[in-house]
Write a protein that binds this ligand. Structure first.
Ligand code: AN7
Length: 361
């Protein structure tokens, strides 16, 4: 089991913390940046603001080394690639966060990284990360789904290791977030809310919750509620979306890799997968920052937008304990932040009087 207790005064990263539950051997050389052990922050104001009698916790995945949840899967994928032998480079398609994590962990593993991105649709911070960590960044004139198709083809070559979530060890790493939630709360929550893009994370959390439940470490299983952006909702619409679109570029995905995993998580947990509009996403995005002090990227606000929608629809019983995962940091996408309708800085002369006048004092 975990955790950030007396047993690990210094958090060792998710593989060491949950070694017995992950596909590694005593000989495995672990590639880590000490990811995981992210805060589970109780929301103080959102429940009241939306008039919901609930207990809401935010699993704040921005506190990972590359500022998104992708680091959990990437420590596993890079460890596997580094120990496999014969691998020269890792390769992935990405809407941004996977590429940032792949590039960082590849540096750590002394491997090259190649990232294939949809040109012009990557948030600035994520692009900066991949470039800084030294990836070869290829921007294709296509979307994420086109990029993933290319990666699947290149992955057939022995010198490449694919580190997208089609690589099953990524899901293994990501399931540790569910373990952390149960370790902190002492039990699984009633509901778990997540954004859904490729659907790897909802698949991974459900796997993690089931494993803890099977082994008697939790008595209940949460209902899994996943949220897609309205312009990019293949699972909800039950069809491949050729030209997905949403302000939440992280989940701008028309043909999710873990489609089946998401369907199973929802069916088995008596859960739900539904849409939220870009407007609802941006409202929740501002609400998280303004009311809770949590600046997340737009995709990460989708589960909060979903919570508001589900509460209005009467789907959340009073007294429910809910965990929502916010998957990436707000600083990843500064353009959306400054263009999201919030107040701009006001320029005044450099004097105390001018500042007082502006403040109406
Ligand atoms: C912030 O980086 O697919 O449903 O290529 O970056 O597990 O795909 C990112 C996905 C949610 C969706 N929130 O998770 C990529 C990529 C953020 C994300 C998702 C992503 P999945």
């Amino acid at each position: 089991m975990s955790s950030h207790s007396a047993k690990h005064p210094r958090w060792p990263g998710i593989i060491e913390a949950y070694r017995s539950r992950l596909p590694v051997t005593p000989e495995t050389r672990v590639v880590t940046l000490l990811e995981g052990n992210t805060p589970l922050i109780k929301a103080e104001r959102i429940p009241g603001e939306i008039g919901a009698d609930i207990e809401l916790y935010i699993k704040y995945e921005a506190m990972n080394p590359t500022s998104s949840f992708k680091d959990r899967g990437m420590t596993m994928a890079m460890t596997e690639a580094a120990n496999r032998g014969g691998v020269e480079a890792v390769i992935c398609a990405s809407t941004g966060n996977t590429s940032a994590a792949a590039a960082a962990y590849a540096s750590r593993a002394k491997l090259k990284s190649v990232v294939i991105l949809p040109n012009g649709k990557i948030a600035l911070g994520k692009l900066a990360q991949a470039m800084m960590y030294g990836a070869t960044v290829v921007a294709i004139e296509g979307n994420f789904d086109d990029a993933l198709r290319i990666v699947r083809e290149l992955g057939a070559r022995p010198e490449f290791a694919v580190v997208n979530s089609i690589n099953p060890v990524r899901i293994e790493g990501q399931k540790t977030a569910a373990f952390e939630v149960c370790d902190i709360l002492g039990e699984a929550p009633d509901f778990h809310f997540l954004p859904v893009g490729n659907a790897g994370n909802i698949t991974a959390y459900w796997k993690g919750y089931r494993e803890y439940h099977r082994d008697g470490l939790s008595k209940k299983l949460p209902r899994m509620f996943g949220w897609q952006a309205a312009g990019s909702a293949p699972i909800v619409e039950d069809r491949i979306i050729e030209n997905p679109n949403t302000v939440a570029t992280a989940i701008r995905i028309g043909n999710p890799a873990s489609w089946i995993g998401a369907k199973e998580a929802v069916a088995q947990s008596n859960g739900r997968i539904d849409i939220v509009t870009d407007e609802e996403i941006l409202d929740a995005y501002r609400m998280l920052a303004r009311l809770e002090g949590l600046f997340v990227e737009p995709a990460s606000a989708a589960p909060i937008a979903g919570l508001i929608k589900a509460h209005k629809a009467g789907l959340i019983p009073a007294g429910s304990r809910i965990v929502a995962t916010t998957t990436g940091h707000g600083l990843k996408d500064p353009d959306t932040a400054v263009n999201s309708g919030i107040a701009r800085p006001v320029v005044v002369p450099s004097s105390t009087e001018a500042v007082l006048r502006l403040l109406g004092l």
